[in-house]
Design a protein around this ligand. Structure first.
Ligand SMILES: *[C@@H]1O[C@H](CO)[C@@H](O)[C@H](O)[C@H]1NC(C)=O
Ligand SMILES: *[C@@H]1O[C@H](CO)[C@@H](O)[C@H](O)[C@H]1NC(C)=O
Ligand SMILES: *[C@@H]1O[C@H](CO)[C@@H](O)[C@H](O)[C@H]1NC(C)=O
Ligand SMILES: *[C@@H]1O[C@H](CO)[C@@H](O)[C@H](O)[C@H]1NC(C)=O
Ligand SMILES: *[C@@H]1O[C@H](CO)[C@@H](O)[C@H](O)[C@H]1NC(C)=O
Length: 491
């Protein structure tokens, strides 16, 4: 019925065109009047038929297109936690020891996640209940693995991409992959992934902090421990072709190299998001946490190899302490804000929710944005070439040249905003007289940082003021910068 109607409405259009052909052989006078008349009449017919076509198109759309494929509606709604499915690569041996890392960021009510294991855990004696359901991976022994001294489980872990897609979970916009010792900051992931169209093909992650690791693998590979995201549209295609890639890349070491190779074969490159952290370093992460890139914190990895993130705490306590701040103002966690106290000639650098550093004199902003070398290389050995993907500055040997460091003590919220308090931690003794010695506490006040997608795409660092306070404490107020405001000491 619709077909016939459509034919009728298209007929006048084509016949109009046909009628135009004989016109040029008519006498010119007649032609002008006749032309005017036919033009008007033709225009009328044209408009009429166009309107009819539009009507029919709309009518057909409503009567034939099922609501589930109305893509325009789908892209218009904002991306939420519900749209992300996490796939955690683990094993029966490591899951009992590491699931507490997942417990830190997973919430059964709002996060969707699965842990992929090689076999069921025999001694499931742990009391942790808020962890994702376990899925046992399929056997992958038929795929080749020829990397010397590597682990063939890399194939199973790479295949998690296929296994999670093949579960046919509904309403998924992004698949996010990580290890059982990857800690995600879920709200920041939601905001970050909202910048990208999940219906297009995206492979989003970050490479290693170690230059040598990136040379060995690829500067354009998303390192698996830092976690990475794949849009549902790319993931579905990747799931279909992955097994063919796995047969071709038996000589590679890890699962992430296999995924990278297959994504590359599909013609897709890595979208770098600096908030993912593979953390290929050892020791103290302070320098990196105190000068985090101007980008939301998305993940941390290798936490059981590093020293606890806060002094005088064990690893679990320290991570919980960081999350106490991150849960209150996720977008602001570790964001670096710098301000100056001109009258006392002091420079303040806040890494929100972690630490505040106070230096005497005027420290120019770019110096403070460089990363203090507080950590050691991932690869150990005397003749190891170690270069980091950072602009590094050395930790001063002279305690008098070091900034005073204050670590997060407490977080409190009220109607007006969020207070974080930081307490001084003394490392080494400087015997010079120093007006900063009396300073024991720093309070930082800020409103919750809420960024829309437009602001997320063009981030700007915030500004702060140092407010007059008592001799042993100071208050810093973080706020939006003025249009022309410069982050520098004002004279
Ligand atoms: C999850 O939802 C249930 C039922 O709605 C509720 O009782 C429970 O407190 C929630 N848990 C968390 C951690 O929000
Ligand atoms: C399970 O744990 C108990 C107590 O820790 C231990 O005695 C037992 O041997 C374990 N069983 C297996 C199969 O590992
Ligand atoms: C997912 O959907 C495909 C195609 O419809 C089907 O073959 C497969 O069995 C489904 N998988 C699950 C776990 O339901
Ligand atoms: C860390 O400290 C807490 C509190 O003191 C304690 O309950 C927990 O067992 C400690 N964890 C480890 C791994 O030592
Ligand atoms: C710590 O935070 C509270 C608000 O919770 C505030 O009243 C107090 O002054 C702060 N302390 C310092 C030393 O800034």
């Amino acid at each position: 019925m619709h077909k016939r109607k459509k034919k009728e409405t298209t007929l006048p259009l084509s016949s109009n065109l046909a009628k135009r052909l004989p016109l040029p052989i008519m006498p010119s006078n007649f032609l002008r009047t006749a032309n005017l008349f036919t033009l008007n009449f033709k225009s009328f017919l044209l408009i009429l038929s166009l309107l009819l076509n539009v009507y029919l198109l709309l009518y057909r759309w409503h009567s034939f297109v099922p609501p589930s494929t109305a893509i325009s509606l789908d892209t218009a709604s904002p991306t939420t936690r519900h749209h992300i499915v996490f796939a955690i690569a683990s094993s029966s041996l490591s899951w009992p020891k590491r699931k507490h890392y997942v417990h830190h960021w997973y919430s059964p009510n709002s996060t969707r996640a699965f842990a992929f294991l090689d076999a069921p855990v025999v001694n499931a004696s742990s009391s942790l209940s808020d962890v994702p359901p376990v899925v046992i991976s399929a056997d992958t022994s038929k795929f080749p693995y020829t990397f010397k001294r590597g682990l063939p489980s890399a194939i199973r872990v790479a295949r998690v991409v296929k296994e999670v897609v093949d579960r046919n979970e509904s309403d998924v916009r992004w698949f996010v992959f990580g290890d059982d010792d990857t800690v995600f900051f879920v709200d920041n992931l939601v905001e970050t992934l909202s910048k990208y169209d999940h219906n297009s093909w995206f492979y989003i992650g970050s490479n290693s902090e170690s230059y040598e690791q990136n040379v060995k693998y690829s500067f354009d590979m998303a390192f698996g421990g830092g976690g990475f995201a794949i849009s549902h549209s790319l993931a579905r295609v990747l799931a279909r072709v992955l097994d063919s890639c796995l047969r071709r890349y038996g000589h590679l070491y890890g699962s992430d190299a296999r995924i990278y190779s297959c994504v590359a074969e599909l013609g897709v490159g890595l979208t770098h998001e600096p908030g993912f952290h593979q953390v290929d370093m050892r020791g103290n992460l302070f320098g990196m946490l105190a000068a985090h890139p101007l980008s939301p914190l998305l993940s941390l990895h290798h936490l059981d190899i590093l020293e606890p993130l806060f002094p005088d705490m064990n690893r679990t306590q320290a991570l919980e302490h960081l999350f106490a701040a991150a849960n209150v103002d996720p977008a602001r966690i570790l964001q670096q804000t710098v301000c100056y106290d001109q009258s006392n000639s002091l420079t303040f650098s806040v890494s929100w929710g972690f630490a505040v550093q106070v230096s005497q004199g005027n420290e120019l902003l770019p110096n403070l944005l460089s990363v203090q070398r507080s950590f050691t290389p991932w690869s150990r050995g005397s003749n190891v070439n170690a270069h980091f993907m950072y602009n590094l500055r050395d930790y001063p040997r002279d305690p008098c040249r070091r900034p005073s460091v204050f670590f997060l003590e407490s977080v409190t919220t009220n109607k007006r905003g969020i207070w974080t308090n930081y307490t001084r931690r003394v490392v080494g003794h400087c015997f010079e007289s120093n007006p900063l010695k009396q300073l024991k506490h720093i309070g930082v006040f800020a409103k919750k940082l809420e960024l829309d997608t437009k602001q997320m795409k063009a981030l700007r660092r915030q500004c702060c003021n140092v407010l007059p306070s008592s001799s042993d404490s100071m208050i810093i107020h973080i706020r939006q910068c003025g249009t022309d405001e410069l982050i520098s000491m004002q004279y």
